[in-house]
Design a protein around this ligand. Sequence first.
Ligand SMILES: C[S@@+](CC[C@H](N)C(=O)[O-])C[C@H]1O[C@@H](n2cnc3c(N)ncnc32)[C@H](O)[C@@H]1O
Length: 214
Amino acid sequence: MSLIGEAIANKLDVQSFVGGHPFLIADLGCSIGPNTFIAVKNIINSVQLKYQTLKITPTPEFQVFFNDHASNDFNTLFKTLPSDKHYYAAGVPGSFYARLFPRSSFHLIYSSFALHWLSKVPGEVMERGSPAWNKGRVHYGGAEEEVVMAYKQQYERDMHGFLNARAEEVVCGGLVVVLVPGRPNEVPHSKCIGNVLFEILGCCLLEMAKEVPL
Ligand SMILES: C[S@@+](CC[C@H](N)C(=O)[O-])C[C@H]1O[C@@H](n2cnc3c(N)ncnc32)[C@H](O)[C@@H]1O
């Protein structure tokens, strides 16, 4: 069983919201597909299985809200929606670090590989003279502890905003599922493979920036 299937089987309390209403799902930071379509299909299959296992009929209709920044290519997303989908689709532009939906409205809110994008670069890392100045780099891998702390504090502020918003939006008995890249405690930031890749990307961006005439 998939991770999401397991979470739905064990944690989603469908008994607390049965009653003919559509089952509302949101994918926050959905991008343009196709990963989001695969995730949504898994979610719906798992919810249907749960209703069948508990012998609750009829199974609900599903509505899926695809969220990302307004600059996301929603046209591509909607043009490539699976033709055999069993849900009504809608797009919701805006940052998931604030409220996106009415209070107590969603049964399952999902976000995969998106919450590691901070809402902004922490100011201190761009300030020359600050102990957290990151010397123009775009990532904290291999940087001083002060830089790491500045990013950590921004992440804490962002997560606070995210969790507060979702706590308002999810119905009682509903589920918020978040998949984020992680780092084992014993691996230093500079040795973590994801960070190494961002360091390389950052170096390329800096090299390109140097080529632009001022
Ligand atoms: C790496 S993609 C992940 C796409 C998809 N969820 C997946 O698992 O393949 C991250 C997406 O999150 C979106 N994103 C980042 N910060 C966001 C925010 N504050 N609000 C909404 N979307 C955001 C980005 O625009 C991007 O489309």
